[in-house]
Design a protein around this ligand. Structure first.
Ligand SMILES: [Cu+2]
Length: 114
């Protein structure tokens, strides 16, 4: 084995180790960030389950403005999300929260916080 090969192997092991570390981190982040798309006057997915402390992001793909507002707006309220924009909320208390769009109250979704 040449020293060049040895160096290459060492580099490979190091990058795997670094990748493994980053992978774990992003897996944790993946659990903590949940994306909901608003399209055709609906939340997709309509019902989500997240870990406590997760940040939920709603992206509005409609031309119309929407909100994501908990039945009790004190729990969370993204405010108006315009086309192409995002609203976020972070929920810490376990339980299931129903939410609506205050502009179009027939739009409904739910978040279960574990
Ligand atoms: Cu709406």
């Amino acid at each position: 084995m040449s020293s060049r090969t040895l160096l290459a192997s060492t580099m490979a092991v190091l990058s795997i180790a670094a990748f493994g570390c980053g992978g774990e981190e992003s897996a944790g982040g993946g659990d903590a960030v949940t994306a909901v798309t608003i399209q055709d006057f609906a939340y997709m997915p309509r019902d989500i389950t997240v870990q406590a402390g997760a940040e939920i992001t709603w992206t509005n793909e409609d031309a119309a403005d929407h909100t994501a507002t908990a039945d009790d707006p004190e729990v969370f309220d993204t405010g108006t999300i315009a086309q192409g924009e995002e609203g976020t909320a972070t929920l810490d208390a376990p339980g299931t929260i129903q939410y609506i769009c205050t502009i179009h109250p027939t739009m409904k979704g739910s978040i279960t916080v574990e």
